[in-house]
Design a protein around this ligand. Structure first.
Ligand SMILES: [Fe+2]
Ligand SMILES: [Fe+2]
Length: 488
């Protein structure tokens, strides 16, 4: 409890300390305490701590739920720094540490000894605080204290978040089903807005999981799952493009309803298990116009923005000006449509359809899109999309150099390290199916000082009878699993 009156701690200082601590712990996994790099990083950490120690007498690093507070100032992490938070949480949780306190008098030698000890205590799994504390106390650090975490509810919180995210996903499907059936959709538009707000909240708290849910496909009711997936992917992409919260909401609504015009296309055409005739294709192409007209009709005074509306109209345009809406002059397709064009394309080709019995894997889809990028997509938005999806998109099935097989569950936020995501192990080196742990491919083996695991190739999940969506769904309620209908 913060009962003491302390002067506010600058957020920049808080971040700098956290960042330096993170770097030094990473370095400690590769080098020993006498190494020049290691000592350099200790010096940087000490430099970040010196002034605050003088001023506040102590630096109190506290983990609360899934965030850090230094001297009661929340350490703010941008999306790009998310891995720092993730790594530091894991370091603390593995040892059941809730608080680390450094006090005045600390010097580089003691800090060096502490970091070497802390890193050497790396349990490769978890152990209790008592186990950690026994050896910690024996070290006799004079200016460093560690306290046990009061309540390690991080995993419980994450499970709950995942359950709620999945519920949101299926609520979206149910809601869109309702919209598609209703005659005039005005009355439920406020529900759409609330739903989008919920998606937005999940995206900020738990993006990877929500993103993982977009692996859920349903070819019986393709458009429903597809619309929810496109909505999630578009908002995630919009976030990376720096859209404001309000813009993201608008984008989300437009993306969610982008294919609404398909309700006016006969099922026989929508689900035709063969190529469409030229007439059928012409009608199919009209879904963009039907959708925009439909939205215009229901818009009323509901504040459905023009930009969101134009997504329905423009989402099949091509960057090379094929399908270019006739009312548009050159280069004036709105950003929202350029975003949805990409996410729509990606979700469509990663889904099995009656006329395409095999869906492309996410990795194959990305390669196809890269090949066609000049004709199809806005170059800048596409670049950000490729970074977002990563070399190994969430949901990819991968073989590691250890012989283990896993599913990519979280991208590495550093584009240059995209080949090192988080991976949930699902088969051991002998090929036996396991419910393994989630491993970070950034982890270094302290003995060999090399990365502990590296991806050697990807597999087509379908060939191996693995339904990637099941991994994401295995963590959610039976109700959600029931509601998902018949996945492919
Ligand atoms: Fe469409
Ligand atoms: Fe679509």
């Amino acid at each position: 409890m913060n009962t003491e009156k302390e002067p506010a701690f600058g957020p920049q200082t808080a971040f700098e300390i956290m960042f330096r601590l993170y770097v030094v712990l990473k370095i400690a996994k590769i080098h020993d305490a006498n190494n020049v790099n290691f000592r350099d990083q200790i010096r940087h950490l000490m430099a970040a701590m010196e002034e605050p120690l003088r001023r506040y007498k102590r630096i109190h690093i506290q983990m609360r739920r899934n965030a850090f507070f230094i001297n009661y100032t929340r350490v703010r992490m941008s999306y790009a720094d998310f891995h720092i938070n993730r790594t530091m949480l894991a370091e603390m949780i593995r040892r059941e540490i809730g608080t680390l306190t450094f006090s005045e008098g600390l010097d580089a030698a003691e800090l060096n000894r502490f970091i070497a000890f802390f890193s050497g205590s790396d349990p490769h799994g978890s152990f209790t605080f008592e186990e950690f504390d026994e050896s910690f106390t024996a070290q006799g650090f004079r200016h460093i204290q560690a306290e046990k975490a009061e309540q390690l509810d991080f995993n419980a919180t994450r499970d709950k978040q995942n359950r709620l995210a999945a519920q949101t996903y299926f609520l979206g499907i149910a809601h869109l089903k309702e919209i598609s059936k209703a005659e005039e959709k005005v009355s439920s538009f406020h529900v759409t807005k609330i739903w989008i707000q919920t998606v937005f909240n999940h995206l900020t708290d738990n993006e990877s999981f929500l993103y993982g849910l977009t692996n859920i496909k349903n070819h019986d009711e393709y458009t429903l799952n597809h619309s929810v997936n496109v909505c999630i992917l578009s908002m995630a992409l919009g976030r990376r493009l720096g859209l404001s919260n309000r813009e993201l909401m608008e984008l989300g609504i437009g993306a969610f309803l982008h294919d609404l015009g398909k309700i006016e296309i006969p099922d026989a055409i929508l689900n035709k298990p063969a190529a469409l005739t030229p007439e059928e294709k012409k009608l199919m192409d009209q879904h963009a116009r039907f959708g925009a007209a439909h939205l215009l009709r229901i818009q009323g005074d509901r504040g459905f923005s023009g930009r969101a509306l134009s997504i329905a109209f423009e989402h099949h345009y091509k960057a090379n000006k094929d399908n270019w809406p006739s009312y548009r002059k050159k280069d004036t397709i709105n950003l929202f449509s350029r975003i949805v064009k990409i996410t729509d394309y990606f979700d469509a080709i990663t889904t099995k359809r009656v006329y395409r019995p095999r869906a492309f894997t996410r990795e194959e889809a990305l390669n196809i899109m890269i090949q066609n990028k000049d004709e199809e997509f806005d170059p800048l938005v596409f670049k950000v999309f490729v970074e977002m999806i990563g070399i190994f998109p969430i949901g990819s099935l991968v073989v590691l150099d250890t012989g283990e097989i896993g599913i990519v569950t979280e991208a590495n936020p550093h584009a240059s390290m995209a080949q090192r995501p988080l991976v949930k192990l699902i088969a051991d080196p002998t090929g036996r199916k396991i419910d393994g742990e989630v491993v970070d491919l950034m982890d270094v083996n302290p003995r060999t000082r090399r990365f502990a695991r590296t991806i050697v190739k990807t597999l087509d999940p379908e060939k191996y009878g693995i339904r990637v969506a099941d991994y994401f769904l295995s963590q959610v309620s039976e109700e959600a699993a029931f509601n998902r209908g018949r996945p492919d």
